[in-house]
Ligand binder design. Structure first.
Ligand SMILES: O=C(O)[C@H](CS(=O)(=O)O)OP(=O)(O)O
Ligand SMILES: [Mg+2]
Length: 234
């Protein structure tokens, strides 16, 4: 069991946390870490998070068997193979392919956590698998919420709180305690929480409401994606 748990609400707060030697779980429920989880569960060989579309085009140009995915403003970038909807990342589409991914919030958070000892990728889709892995971890555990354009978001914090609630008997920071309370407020209706939160309403307004139902699914897959040398693998 981890010795302590902290929750960092936005990537802008990460520079104030020394991640050295710690286990970090990155959360971007809407939608990057849900998409990554589903893609690797469906056989994507690796996912490389990058900051910009230009970085993505440059990196993919050097590598065979590579798809480029991600969004800006929630929509697929011109010239990309895939957007940031997890529903696009089916076995038929991604099995055997590596993916270069850039999104507004999630890939930025993944990049910001590289100093950590280990970086895991969490979502409701693999919550049970993440909790089982963390129950065997020692040392300090940090949940890095991706938030939205530097601000707080409910859905990532609720996910962190769900994990905190499952990891009993661990010392919690005030932020981890607050995340647990927010989860307890929403645990009976995760889909309702996704439909009501700012990001969920914004995705629905651009025709991506079906993603909310997808991202609310609990324990759909049994994988723990993790970052190794800048690439996410299982
Ligand atoms: O694609 C998403 O859902 C968001 C984009 S935005 O914040 O809605 O513009 O990106 P993510 O990095 O997955 O939060
Ligand atoms: Mg997000």
């Amino acid at each position: 069991m981890p010795a302590s748990i902290d929750v960092v609400f936005t990537p802008d707060l990460l520079p104030f946390s020394d991640l050295t030697g710690k286990t970090v779980v990155v959360a971007d429920i809407l939608r990057a870490t849900t998409t990554i989880t589903f893609a690797v569960a469906n056989g994507a060989t690796a996912i490389t998070p990058v900051l910009t579309p230009d970085d993505a085009f440059r990196l993919a140009a050097d590598q065979p068997n590579t798809l480029i995915g991600g969004e800006r403003g929630g929509m697929k970038v011109d010239g990309f193979d895939l957007g940031n909807s997890p529903r696009e990342y089916t076995e038929t589409v991604v099995s055997g392919w590596q993916i270069v991914l850039t999104t507004t919030n999630g890939t930025r958070t993944l990049q910001a956590c590289r100093a950590a000892e280990r970086v895991l990728v969490g979502s409701f889709l693999n919550l049970r698998a993440i909790v089982n892995r963390l129950a065997q971890a020692e040392g300090e555990l940090v949940f890095a919420c991706s938030g939205r354009e530097g601000g707080f978001c409910t859905e990532d914090t609720v996910f962190a709180g769900a994990c905190v609630a499952a990891l009993a008997e661990t010392q919690l920071t005030d932020a981890a305690e607050a995340a647990k309370i927010l989860y307890q407020e929403h645990c009976e209706d995760l889909l309702g929480m996704l439909k009501n939160c700012y990001h969920g309403r914004s995705l629905a307004s651009i025709g991506l409401g079906e993603d909310l139902e997808f991202c609310a699914q609990m324990d759909l897959v049994d994988v723990v994606p993790h970052l190794v040398d800048g690439r996410i693998i299982v």
